[in-house]
Design a protein around this ligand. Structure first.
Ligand code: AVI
Length: 322
């Protein structure tokens, strides 16, 4: 696979965002994108197999079951761009269906080079596929993919796994508008969204019995220790999942079990924690199926079809750029 990489000073940026987030007055915060280093990505993979967390399996079931129908809805030669390809496992069904019809270009866009490599290993055996990976932020990568498209090719953008749920609602809407601006009328966006469910189900899904989600969350502090030379004592922080009724989201926090001071040399910071104070590390917003279509309409898309899983409320939404 050809990979387009950009040189970044990733550790410097990480340090800056950690310093800003942990010095924020009121609620301390860390960006959820930093949950996904190699260890965090491996833990997320385990989460996707937990009985309490049905999201990824619902996504995969829908894609497997409806791949031919999805492909039939998108006429002509296509280029497929995937924002945040992960391992590429669930994309296989769709790409096989596209490639049965005609030769297909696949452009995964990922900030993690190791995830891009894994995705390539997973998918390269598909007949009639060509893969070019972009090691980029989502919108930067999509802009480049759009510039690569050949005349007459439709662009199909995949944004699966309800990653949109990790943006707040306003940011999610803004993101869809930005994607729409890069697309041409007739292009499509296949958007995976986790749907609203009971508090009990949500709390079980984000605070599983085995403690895998807790490890996934705490790994963020371990990562700051590894990458920025900090001295977080992980035993002094506890994973907490809580529902935010107003935002219709489930939040992950890390609660300091006592008053403590942590030094983070790579972020040029020393941070004080009060007993019980939390760091907010992620929000996962849940949507209603109707709301997804309304948001699509407000951002320049038409909601063509929704497929909803019967076992775990989750929707695959095919949105067409108007
Ligand atoms: C990647 N994202 C959609 C997951 C979610 O459910 O919000 C991340 C996750 N966080 C805890 N468990 C899974």
């Amino acid at each position: 696979m050809l990979v387009h990489a950009i040189p970044t000073n990733a550790t410097y940026e990480f340090g800056t965002e950690v310093r800003t987030g942990l010095n924020r007055p009121g609620q301390k915060e860390l960006p959820s994108k930093y949950l996904y280093d190699d260890v965090g990505s491996a833990l997320f993979e385990v989460i996707s197999h937990l009985p309490e967390y049905g999201l990824t399996r619902a996504d995969e079931r829908l894609l497997r079951r409806h791949a031919d129908e999805i492909v039939d809805r998108v006429a002509g030669p296509v280029a497929v761009a995937e924002l945040g390809s992960g391992s590429g496992r669930k994309t296989r069904w769709l790409l096989e269906a596209f490639c049965r019809r005609q030769r297909t270009s696949y452009y995964p866009v990922e900030i993690s080079r190791s995830a891009l490599a894994m995705c390539e290993r997973e998918l390269r055996d598909i007949d009639a596929i060509s893969i070019v990976g972009f090691e980029r932020e989502y919108l930067d990568g999509l802009l480049e993919v759009a510039a690569y498209r050949k005349t007459g090719q439709r662009l199909v953008v995949l944004f699966l796994g309800s990653t949109i749920g990790n943006f707040d609602r306003a940011a999610g809407m803004n993101f869809l508008s930005e994607v729409r601006h890069i697309l041409q009328p007739g292009d499509s966006l296949l958007l995976g969204t986790d749907l609203e469910k009971s508090r009990t189900e949500l709390l079980r899904a984000y605070d599983d019995e085995l403690g895998v989600t807790a490890a996934f969350n705490l790994n963020l502090l371990a990562r700051i220790n590894r990458d920025l030379g900090a001295d977080f004592d992980l035993a002094r922080f506890e994973h907490v999942a809580k529902i935010n009724d107003q935002a219709r989201s489930v939040e992950m926090h890390l609660r300091s079990e006592r008053r403590q001071t942590v030094a983070i040399p790579g972020a040029e910071a020393v941070v004080e924690f009060q007993e019980g104070e939390t760091i907010w590390t992620e929000s996962s917003h849940k949507y209603s199926a109707q709301e997804v279509c309304e948001t699509a309409n407000q951002t320049g898309f038409r909601c063509e079809v929704q497929w909803i899983d019967e076992q775990w409320p989750f929707a695959e939404n095919l949105l067409v750029a108007e």
